[in-house]
Design a protein around this ligand. Structure first.
Ligand code: AGP
Length: 368
């Protein structure tokens, strides 16, 4: 039937709140007891995955950010070299394709002109095959790819992509585990991440309960003209996605940097007018991130940190800390996306922009 906002004020808000359910849908029928069988990618996937020696991932916008996260995952857990590129660059350059490379596209709509053109370009380049991770069944990308995995997010109406992204990440973790299984990832690690995936919808529900606290934070952004997002490792692309959301719907200029790059330039921008948002889950990079945060504080920057509840990071003058439930390292990028979605949503509502239909943008970019 016709899409309805139900009890929600905007489609974007509704779609943010649908995430526990759609992440569960993306996992439905795809998890083995302690591993992810390749069959969820199709009957021929197991034999194909065994031959894959590298991946080229191509996408646009938010889908590209999902690809960047997948690179960290696939190299760490499956030991497979991965290149990730925006489709509009990929399709117009000379690409060297090593033997046994799988071509992967990511797209909510399956109709993005550049991504589709990249797939058609790739078909002439001797890839092992093509895999589309997509949300729209029967879309051009799905019809033209050898293997497909549907993200099962349901229709996404808000121009700012939310549930499509977290279900893409879920699908990409399935790909990582399926590849990892074929490439010899330790059984214990596979089992831990599979257990983590089973608990993920519940954890996302808990993060959604931070909504009120994040709405309260959003007032600090409404009058600002710029914002800086920091992350490290697989959370750098999450910072990129946080910045894209803020730009798209609140029209605040936002940039994302890997935290370690701060002193190579962007630190010059930091003063009392520059809010700095950091995703700091409890992973191996936390100590390094803590020292980056000190650099920001020392320059009078206002800091907003999303951190694991177990992290010893104190609130103080100029440092606001929001605590997220503990999550398996591998899955933290999915969980830490949600508070950044809520933040940009509330800032946009405060600013009175057209949240679901931001100026100058279309839901899918079907012309170049
Ligand atoms: C995200 O919020 C955007 N509106 C946009 O970047 C989008 O992700 C991009 O156009 C790709 O679309 P697709 O996933 O449908 O291919």
């Amino acid at each position: 039937g016709a899409a309805s906002k139900g009890e929600y004020r905007h489609f974007m808000q509704k779609e943010i709140y649908e995430q526990p359910a759609v992440i569960a849908a993306a996992l439905e029928g795809r998890l083995g007891e302690h591993s992810v069988p390749a069959e969820c990618f199709g009957p021929d996937a197991e034999a194909l995955f065994a031959r894959v020696e590298q991946l080229h991932i191509v996408a646009c916008g938010t889908s590209y950010h999902a690809g960047l996260v997948a690179r960290y995952w696939l190299e760490r857990y499956a030991g497979i070299p991965v290149q990730v590129e925006v489709a509009s660059e990929y399709r117009y350059r000379t690409v060297v394709v090593p033997d046994n490379t799988l071509f992967v596209t990511l797209s909510q709509s399956g109709e993005t002109a550049d991504t589709l053109a990249a797939l058609r370009f790739a078909r002439e380049r001797g890839y092992l095959g093509s895999l589309a991770i997509c949300n729209v069944p029967g879309s051009s990308l799905v019809r033209e790819s050898d293997l497909t995995l549907m993200t099962q997010a349901g229709p996404e109406i808000g121009v700012a992509s939310t549930k499509a992204f977290t279900t893409q990440l879920t699908a990409l973790m399935l790909l990582t585990l399926a590849m990892g299984r074929v490439k010899g990832l330790a059984a214990e690690t596979q089992a831990d991440v599979v257990a983590g995936l089973r608990g993920l919808p519940q954890l996302v529900s808990r993060v959604l309960k931070l909504d009120g606290a994040i709405e309260a934070l959003s007032t600090a952004f409404a009058e600002k003209h710029h914002a800086l997002f920091l992350g490290r490792g697989a959370h750098f692309p999450i910072a990129l996605e946080g910045a894209l959301k803020l730009k798209e719907i609140s029209y605040i200029h936002a940039e994302a940097y890997p935290a370690g790059e701060l002193k190579h330039g962007p630190l010059a921008l930091v003063d009392g007018e520059m809010p700095v948002i950091s995703v700091a889950p409890n992973d191996e990079l936390l100590d390094k991130l803590k020292s980056n945060l000190q650099e920001v504080k020392a320059r009078g920057g206002e800091l907003f940190v999303f951190a694991d509840e177990g992290v010893g990071l104190a609130e103080e003058e100029g440092v606001r800390v929001l605590r997220l439930p503990h999550v398996h390292d591998a899955l933290a990028p999915i969980l830490y996306t949600v508070p950044l979605q809520l933040l940009s949503y509330h800032v946009a509502v405060l600013k009175g922009t057209d949240v679901d239909q931001p100026r100058n943008l279309a839901k899918s970019v079907t012309v170049e």
